[in-house]
Write a protein that binds this ligand. Structure first.
Ligand code: HEM
Length: 473
């Protein structure tokens, strides 16, 4: 597949940088959850933040970045009227943890939001502040500066601080190279494989999406604030658009049970004499993920990890692996983006469908020290993704692809990495994993979940001019 040009048509200076950039050299991250205490002082503080927010324009790239995201309660606390908040899409307004969303996402049992340490409307926080810096020393100084600024402003209190990091080899906690498959936003100026260049409106509000329509964007219903800072609705309603150049952000704190994951892989790949087989263990884990630990694709390297650091995302399944003999149908990669290989459709039609369910992932690893008398700390992924339509993108992927045990040719299988069975399924406590093989498939039974949700929320991730507008409410 050819790498094609992607001319710049978006005003990148107005787009918060994290949407188009992973900040691969800024290894340290932090997240502040803030509560607005004094509206006017909080808006003064936000005004001072605006020049520090990193935009998606490459000329803005700095060694320390700040991004801001908001909950509906946050918009209200800054003075937005009920009428205008009601213009936002339902998932954002309701938040991540309604009864229906819990069912769709699989947030029951150990994943139940009542057990989360943050989010799900528990603490009523308003603003999420995201920091990136290159190392531990620079982030510590950066956070201290911003804590002092927050305190001096008197506008917001810091309710929770979380830290994260990117390993220099880009590996997540199970040991697999992450962050390789990413869609490229059409109009962002970044070239990419043809099938990865996706219509702007899948990731930014105010532009046409893969349905050739404008995504549901919050239009101003009631005049308030300095509306000259807002763009007109691109769909032509004559209203002002609060969403233009912004998007929605999903944040899930996902604990990874690394020892259990590898123990399971070992026990299900033993030699005939019962001794561990290291090579078979890694191969089984790679079949579950859909890439080797190095990041190499199973489609291109079906037998062995070539090693090194392979970031190739330029492949499909339909021609080279239609029967899943290289990369299993049920692997994390193939489930979460089946690319050109829906079995019911031809390649073109498959791609048309999958292009409507892509997300931009910006997850990073976190670690926590042991607590409550436990001798073991916690490790996991601060999963973050951007999408213009939470229901059609993140929720669809988690529900219809990762948690789906009804896929053709599979037997009660769900995504081994992130899948959660239906609570009402009598076999809910254990699931299987099918590896397509000749002459017969291999079926691995009885794995427990290797990931537990510990927190999360949906956020509005506005354009820089809309952040400015919020300070005028
Ligand atoms: C602890 C949780 C998770 C882990 C350890 C994990 C790990 C990985 C790894 C190792 C890859 C391959 C690297 C790459 O292609 O970039 C990947 C790809 C991917 N993951 Fe996850 N992931 C997690 C959570 C999620 C969640 C919650 C979703 C969405 C609901 C998701 C969606 C995807 C998608 C869409 C891809 C790319 C597929 C493609 O385009 O081929 N992941 N993940």
């Amino acid at each position: 597949m050819a790498i094609i040009a992607n001319p710049k048509t978006i005003d990148l200076k107005d787009v918060q940088g994290m949407i188009t950039r992973g900040y691969g050299k800024l290894y340290e991250t932090a997240y502040f959850l803030l509560k607005v205490e004094d509206k006017e002082k909080a808006k003064e503080w936000m005004k001072a933040m605006i020049p520090l927010i990193d935009s998606a324009d490459i000329s803005d790239h700095s060694e320390k970045t700040i991004h801001l995201a908001f909950t509906p309660e946050g918009l209200a606390a800054l003075g937005m009227s009920k009428e205008n908040i009601e213009g936002f899409p339902v998932p954002f307004r309701e938040g991540i943890s309604t009864q229906d969303r819990n069912r769709i996402l699989g947030d029951w049992g150990e994943n139940d939001p009542k057990k989360w340490r943050w989010g799900g409307h528990q603490e009523g926080f308003h603003i999420l502040m995201i920091f990136h810096a290159k190392d531990k020393e620079s982030i510590a100084a950066f956070l201290q500066e911003e804590k002092d600024r927050l305190q001096n402003s008197g506008g917001c209190t810091l309710m929770r601080e979380m830290r994260g990091y990117l390993r220099p080899d880009n590996k997540e906690a199970f040991g697999f190279h992450d962050g390789i498959s990413q869609p490229v936003i059409k109009g962002s100026g970044r070239p990419g494989p043809e099938n990865d260049i996706i219509e702007t409106g899948e990731f930014l509000l105010g532009y046409k999406n893969e349905h050739n329509q404008f995504p549901f964007s919050p239009l101003l219903k009631k005049e308030e604030g300095n509306t000259s800072l807002l763009q007109d609705d691109a769909a032509g309603s004559g209203k002002k658009d609060l969403g233009h150049n912004g998007t929605f952000m999903v944040f899930r704190q996902m604990q990874q049970h690394v020892d259990e994951f590898w123990k399971y892989m070992e026990q299900n790949s033993l030699n005939p004499d019962g001794t561990p087989n290291e090579e078979a263990k890694i191969k089984l884990a790679a079949k579950c993920v859909g890439r080797w630990p190095s990041g190499a694709s199973l489609v291109n390297f079906p037998d062995k990890d070539p090693g090194g650091s392979l970031e190739n995302d330029d492949f499909g399944y339909a021609d080279i692996d239609p029967d899943g003999l290289r990369c299993p149908y049920g692997s994390h990669l193939r489930r979460n983006n089946p690319r050109d290989a829906f079995r019911w459709y031809d390649k073109k039609q498959s791609l048309k469908i999958t292009r409507r369910h892509r997300i931009i992932r910006r997850g990073r690893t976190y670690e926590l020290p042991p607590e409550n008398g436990s001798d073991k700390g916690e490790i996991g992924l601060h999963f973050i993704c951007f999408n213009a339509n939470i229901e059609l993108q993140f929720e669809f992927i988690q529900h219809a692809w990762a948690n789906n045990n009804q896929m053709r040719h599979l037997h009660n299988d769900i995504d081994v990495i992130i899948g959660v069975p239906d609570e009402k399924n009598p076999k809910a406590n254990h699931s299987g994993f099918t590896i397509q093989a000749e002459p017969v498939n291999q079926f691995i039974d009885h794995w427990e979940r290797f990931v537990t949700i510990r927190g999360g929320e949906y956020f509005f991730f506005p354009s820089i001019s809309v952040i400015n507008y919020l300070t005028t409410l």
